[in-house]
Write a protein that binds this ligand. Structure first.
Ligand code: PLP
Length: 654
């Protein structure tokens, strides 16, 4: 059940048909929008609403400076950058790194921890060059490094990471090339830590080290008995796929010892899954890992680093709970728990406190990008007020109209059942030839009008009867969006992940419509019909009625991690336009523009050559010209359209 929560509940007139509140009767404020879209919950300190009713971005968080997102989008459109557009705020990225480092510094000071924190960014979260380059640059003051989970990511990390002292964590499946490349990187003054994740990798490392005459820096990834929770903890199956069991770790220690290489083993790593919603799980994991760490030190390994992996969550719905789209702790709680648990375990066993590493990807990269897209149109179940039934209309239509007129707060549930029954009867009558097509249309329209009137009453109830719960969804408008969910929000489609979505303007105006979003693809899965809510999830989003000739822009937030690279080319909708924005004392600067794919580019991915395609159309028009089936002008126009399209954006241009 969806109700905009406002301080004084609005009294809605069930007979006001086209708008739940006739515009102008109640003043909707930006505070109402703030509460409705929960922007403070998930957006602080980066996103808020200004007096003009537009979303504003404060890329430096609490440190001042902001810009109006709606005006920014308008300015970008004037520069011929069409929607959908992905806007990256480099300052947010910088702020996230600083925040995480500051939380650990604070925890280290508070618990008098005898060691430092050196984070790394897992490249797999977002491999885009400009972003990784920014990250390395912003990471310098904090000795922030990179984590690679594959060979291509290792190549990125090696070439990009130029900060002396920053760590390069080498995870993932490894072959001899991977291991040798990482070892040779030591000669460049880098600090590559090769993490053994599979039982046989120790032999690979021993052999490569012998041959190259280079001593590697080694780590082991432990399979903890602590289970990750929630979506990613289970579905990623991390525990099953990667890491060494305790017997395998002991075997690795023995092998290294036998080869006189035990001093190379310096790091313990674990990763129990992404988006860990519960602080209890985080605590349990760090406690278990700390014990393994001190044991390894006692066994004679030269332990220096404890790497707690990823999992630091993002509060997508702003509820601050252990719901899968949220987390019941903040960054400082996280840092405190890691620092305190490791300190306690080390102190107890008189082991030197390690350098702490986290591989936080989602928590670093999610906030920095905003996807803005436009609505192309909408469809509603019912709009106009129904005309009164006349005496010569079919009985079923007269019954439906009478039902419509009788709907009151006292009888709405009964009236709903009556209307449904009459509508079903009307369809039967039609099927058996007793009702004309126009009669059936009239019956259906009356039914939708009944539903709409009932819905207004339902929205005012504290308790919604079960049989009426689906009404909101049935009656929702469909907003057609200029976007491919498969390209831009793949996790929304694949694993039902929630991202905050809201209009970026008109927020001083009541959103009187309820809608779901349908994308451009010809796939019925190409839709968004679950949205963040304080409790659980809601199936419709509050939206504004479209105004003729006026654009309507929606923003999808917190999608900066994982979405870009996992997006796919379903229906050949390609990468969206992307820009990098940096705040300046006077406003902002567009640092990079990365144009989205053209049709020629996406066709190239599936091995079509633009020249060949044009040639094929040219030959066909030539033949039609010969057979007098097309005029010269038409053939020119067709070729022009075809050629021009090839160089254009794959999305609709409005
Ligand atoms: C994916 C991954 C991460 C990143 O996890 P987040 O939850 O996004 O911080 C870190 N480490 C490893 C080994 C991973 O596979």
């Amino acid at each position: 059940m969806v109700t905009p929560s406002t301080e004084s509940p609005k009294i809605l007139d069930p007979n006001a048909d086209s708008h739940p509140t006739p515009p102008g009767t109640t003043r909707w404020t930006i505070e109402d929008s703030e509460e409705l879209y929960r922007i403070r919950g998930w957006g602080e300190p980066y996103f808020s609403i200004n007096a003009a009713g537009h979303v504003t971005v404060s890329p430096k968080g609490d440190r001042g400076g902001s810009l109006d997102l709606y005006e920014l989008v308008t300015a970008l459109k004037q520069r011929n950058l069409s929607l959908p557009i992905l806007i990256r705020f480099s300052d947010i990225l910088e702020d996230r790194i600083e925040r995480l480092s500051a939380c650990f510094s604070k925890a280290i000071a508070r618990y008098k921890y005898n060691g430092v924190y050196q984070g790394v960014f897992p490249v797999k979260c977002n491999q885009q060059r400009h972003l990784i380059e920014d990250l390395v640059r912003f990471g310098k003051p904090h000795q922030f490094g990179l984590e690679a989970g594959s060979k291509p990511e290792l190549l990125i990390a090696l070439a990009t990471l130029d900060n002396d002292g920053s760590l390069l964590i080498c995870n993932g499946y490894k072959d001899r090339d991977y291991v040798e490349t990482a070892m040779l990187a030591r000669r460049l003054g880098k600090t590559p830590l090769i993490v053994l994740e599979q039982a046989d990798e120790v032999e690979l490392v021993i052999a490569a080290s012998r041959q190259l005459g280079i001593e590697p820096l080694l780590g082991v990834r432990a399979k903890l008995s602590t289970k990750g929770e929630g979506r990613w903890g289970i579905s990623a199956g991390d525990r099953a796929k990667f890491g060494l069991t305790i017997p395998e770790i002991l075997h690795t220690v023995n092998r290294l010892k036998a080869e006189g290489m035990l001093h190379c083993l310096q790091l313990l790593h674990y990763h129990i899954g992404s988006q860990i919603s519960s602080i209890a799980v985080i605590k349990e994991a760090i406690r278990e890992a700390s014990q393994i760490y001190v044991e390894l030190a006692k066994l004679g390994a030269d332990m220096k680093y404890l790497d707690v992996g990823g999992g630091l969550g993002v509060d997508y719905d702003g509820s601050k709970t252990n719901f899968y789209a949220s987390k019941n702790y903040n960054m400082q709680n996280y840092a405190n728990d890691v620092v305190a648990e490791v300190k306690e375990a080390c102190q107890e066993r008189q082991v030197a406190m390690p350098t702490l590493i986290s591989e936080s990807g989602r928590a670093i990269a999610s906030h920095q990008s905003v996807l803005v897209f436009d609505v192309l149109g909408s469809s509603d179940a019912a709009t106009a007020l129904p005309a009164a039934a006349t005496a010569d209309e079919h009985l079923i239509i007269r019954n439906l109209y009478e039902t419509y007129q009788s709907i009151r707060p006292e009888n709405y549930q009964e009236m709903y059942h009556d209307a449904t029954q009459f509508k079903d009867e009307a369809i039967s009558l039609f099927t058996f030839g007793y009702l004309s097509l126009s009669d059936r249309a009239r019956a259906e329209q009356l039914y939708w009008s009944c539903c709409k009137k009932i819905l207004v009453i339902v929205r005012q109830q504290d308790y919604v009867p079960d049989d009426l719960e689906a009404l909101e969804q049935i009656m929702a408008s469909i907003y057609y969006i200029n976007l491919s969910v498969f390209q831009s929000a793949p996790d929304s489609w694949a694993i039902d992940q929630l991202f905050p979505i809201m209009p970026i303007h008109r927020l001083d105006e009541e959103p009187t419509q309820r809608g779901t979003l349908a994308d451009l693809t010809c796939d019925s899965d190409g839709k968004i019909d679950h949205f963040i809510d304080l409790r659980d999830v809601k199936s419709v989003l509050e939206l504004h009625p479209l105004q003729a000739g006026e654009p309507y822009f929606l923003g999808m937030f917190l999608g900066g991690a994982y979405q870009e690279i996992m997006g796919n080319l379903h229906n050949l909708f390609g990468d969206t336009n992307a820009v990098h924005i940096q705040l300046t004392p006077k406003g902002y600067r567009i640092e990079h523009v990365v144009k989205g794919d053209t049709m020629t580019e996406v066709l190239g991915y599936v091995q079509y050559d633009a020249e060949d395609l044009i040639e094929s159309i040219r030959r066909q028009t030539e033949q039609s010209l010969n057979e007098n089936r097309i005029s010269l002008e038409e053939s020119q126009l067709l070729l022009q359209h075809y050629e021009r399209s090839l160089g254009q954006y794959t999305y609709l241009v409005s």
